[in-house]
Ligand binder design. Structure first.
Ligand code: 5AD
Ligand code: FES
Length: 351
């Protein structure tokens, strides 16, 4: 029975694949409420009512990859491409710092224009000016040596969603040159180097089954990342998945809550994608165990160009507006914004 499984998960932070699959296949809405209650109780043990805030700087929408789901894939000829200069990135950081951000997430496509030296320069510039801030990179698959250089330049955390832990499913979402094994090697390299690592997935991505999701959750439990990014799949009109259905809010909520219970101290953002499929999506995320928000710090004139999917929220909003909007939303949902650096509570720097 589902309630018994949820109780067991709450007590032991562990379930096997069949038990997870059973929940995914059979859970009813009143049981989802119970699951969320347990997820919120778990996040509360570690993080009380705090929600951490990260400033997202989308610094390039050039990408050499061609992931079938993503709006900035290289074969999309209908978007205008941009790169932020070091000065523009610093302006984002300056504004973000004033608004209270103490983590900057540098996210971009896999763009060879930004050589390792350029990335190192960006990291060092931010770190030199703001030594009380964390830098999170989200720039895709790189070599062990590159990851190491970025780490030694001062990067603290790295987001690299695994997307799906099932080889067959991975192949249906990506062209041949991208391999799940590479992705997993990258995640292991990042951990070994000493980053706080984030993996993650889209919910209801094309061809995804509940078994795939169960596999993802087992993979996450085994990897034990400090952060997990989960949001619904949302079609982008210039991709081959343009006619695929948008991911479900309820399914996303279930997967988020299960993730919280499997990895009790994880940093789990209520993602922009969640806020895009439903006006109260991020609030629903907070009520399912999420404890992070990542408002946008990118300059408004490039925002709409960083469209991984359609109808993304906050496209025209100034950074200050998002900062205030998000705090109101957090408070309305009964949580408090925490502007500290916000490491995973179980994180002990290897240095
Ligand atoms: N819908 C939802 N999420 C997407 N991402 C990329 N494209 C989409 C989409 N169409 C997610 C991927 C990626 C992260 C940066 O954004 O999971 O890892
Ligand atoms: Fe951007 Fe609400 S977070 S306007």
């Amino acid at each position: 029975n589902i309630i018994k499984l949820i109780d067991k998960l709450y007590e032991e932070n562990l379930l096997n694949k069949n038990e997870i699959l059973y929940i995914l296949d059979n859970i009813k809405s009143y049981e989802v409420d119970y699951l969320c209650e347990k997820a919120v109780a778990t996040r509360k043990k570690f993080y009380d009512n705090k929600v951490y805030m990260r400033g997202l700087i989308e610094f390039t929408n050039y990408c050499k990859n061609d992931c079938y789901y993503c709006g900035i894939r290289c074969s999309n000829k209908n978007i205008s491409r941009y790169r932020l200069s070091l000065e523009q990135i610093m302006e984002c950081a300056d504004l973000g710092y004033k608004l209270g951000y103490r983590t900057f997430v540098l996210q971009g496509g896999e763009d060879n224009y930004f050589t390792d030296d350029k990335i190192v320069e960006i990291i060092k510039s931010i770190k030199y000016k703001y030594d009380d801030c964390a830098i999170t990179l989200s720039i895709g698959e790189k070599s062990y040596d590159s990851y190491k250089k970025f780490f030694h330049a001062g990067a603290d955390r790295y987001l690299l969603r695994h997307e799906t832990a099932t080889e067959e499913h991975y192949k249906k979402l990506h062209p041949k040159n991208l391999r799940l094994s590479n992705r997993i090697n990258c995640l292991r390299d990042l951990k070994e180097i000493g980053y706080q690592v984030g993996a993650g997935l889209m919910v209801d991505s094309p061809y995804q089954t509940n078994e795939n999701i169960a596999e993802d959750l087992i993979f996450l439990k085994d990897l034990n990342p400090e952060m997990v990014g989960i949001g619904p799949f949302i079609p982008h009109h210039d991709t081959i998945f343009k006619d695929e259905p948008t991911g479900s809010l309820e399914k996303s909520i279930i997967v988020l809550a299960l993730t919280r219970l499997l990895l009790p101290s994880v940093l789990l953002p209520a993602t922009t994608a969640l806020g895009t499929i439903n006006p109260k999506g991020r609030e629903a995320g907070l009520n399912a165990g999420c404890n992070v928000v990542m408002p946008n710090l990118s300059p408004t004139d490039v925002r709409s160009k960083y469209a991984l999917y359609d109808n993304k929220i906050c496209m025209g909003d100034e950074a200050a507006e998002c900062r205030n909007c998000i705090e109101k939303r957090i408070n309305m949902a009964g949580f408090v914004l925490d502007t500290s650096i916000g490491d995973n509570i179980n994180w002990h720097s290897p240095l």
